[in-house]
Design a protein around this ligand. Structure first.
Ligand code: NI
Length: 352
């Protein structure tokens, strides 16, 4: 009896221990799940807090200071994103561009994240589509889906023409923010941009951070470049994309044309990866967006081989910056910087 009693007690104890273990395991699993989901939530909140403008502008600072290697595609030595293929006689102008300094400066000119976020959201909601007058005088909403692809820092003898070939083959258009110190070396390419009804924009003469310049130097960078463009194609005063998207009150007050930045940045200069560039654009770009790219890299042209027909297949019209704003019923004004055609802008006095 005693032996049996002892065995039974041991069995009972063992069973209790097993039950206790199961309970502990279940509790531990619950704790792990709760902690995990809390961490995930925290991560999401953090990513939502990021200021879109800060991302945009900091991303245009291309290439990063460590990215000063020889360009594998063009064989040119980089000094700043604009200076990659500048011809020897122009180097003097560009030597003043120190990538490291640019990085600090352009991020320093940014508006505070809170202000930007509030304003961007508010405006986007208000501008779901442009209202235009129909034949009968009634308001008709322009429901066409449009995206403006833009290419900075060119022209480039091969890459720009490859992109133009793709645009032409697909009946698409884009905007090229050219460098004033490069256009005279690629006259035929500049003319072809206009011949294909694409748009020329100004990316300044030598890609200096305008926030670091005096009023007269800002004027020179903008106007000298605009003059050089007009010596080749009579396009008049064209819209400006300030290098690095950098702006301050002096820039707003001095620049006498509308300024266009971007709302989608696939960081083509950084990854030089056609798949990454294509994926970013196709997953991110929406109606009214302006996409930032650089017509310096073969990988960007490679990405366009896929992206341009794909966006068209997705129902987007690929238009120039001017066409995008016109279709959305927005009149571009000097002293205002436009990130997209959904009403996300900023001015000297703040954001709209
Ligand atoms: Ni640039």
């Amino acid at each position: 009896m005693r032996e049996n009693y002892g065995r039974r007690r041991r069995k009972t104890l063992l069973r209790r221990l097993q039950v206790a273990w199961i309970i502990v395991a279940i509790l531990a699993t619950i704790v792990i799940i709760i902690t995990g989901s809390k961490l995930l939530l925290a991560d999401n909140k953090d990513s939502l807090k990021q200021d879109p403008d800060t991302i945009e502008d900091s991303n245009d600072i291309s290439p990063l200071p460590e990215d000063k290697n020889e360009d594998p595609i063009t064989g040119d030595t980089e000094q700043g994103d604009s200076n990659n293929e500048v011809l020897p006689d122009q180097n003097q102008e560009n030597n003043e561009n120190i990538p490291g300094t640019d990085t600090e400066d352009s991020s320093g000119t940014e508006t505070l994240p809170g202000e930007e976020n509030d304003d961007v959201t508010g405006e986007v909601e208000d501008n779901t589509g442009a209202i235009t007058e129909g034949d009968d005088g009634e308001s008709v909403e322009d429901t066409r889906k449009m995206i403006a692809l833009t290419f900075d820092d060119g022209p480039h003898p091969t890459v720009t023409n490859r992109i133009l070939d793709i645009l032409e083959a697909n009946g698409a258009k884009a905007t090229f923010f050219v460098m004033g110190n490069r256009v005279q070396n690629y006259v035929d390419t500049v003319k072809r941009i206009v011949d294909l009804d694409c748009q020329i924009g100004n990316h300044t003469f030598s890609h200096k951070d305008l926030t670091k310049l005096s009023v007269s130097d800002i004027r020179y960078e903008v106007e000298h470049s605009n003059d050089n463009i007009n010596e080749i194609v009579p396009v008049g005063e064209v819209v400006l994309r300030p290098p690095y998207g950098a702006k301050n009150d002096r820039v707003y007050e001095t620049v006498k044309v509308p300024m266009i930045t971007w709302s989608v940045d696939p960081e083509d200069w950084k990854s030089r990866d056609k798949d990454a560039v294509a994926k970013h654009i196709l997953e991110t770009a929406q109606d009214g967006d302006i996409v930032l790219m650089h017509d310096l890299y073969e990988s960007t042209a490679d990405a366009m081989e896929y992206v341009i027909p794909k966006l068209i297949e997705m129902g987007y019209e690929l238009v120039t910056v001017d066409e995008l704003f016109e279709a959305k019923g927005i009149t571009l004004e000097a002293g205002i910087m436009y990130r997209n055609a959904l009403g996300s802008t900023s001015t000297a006095s703040g954001n709209k």
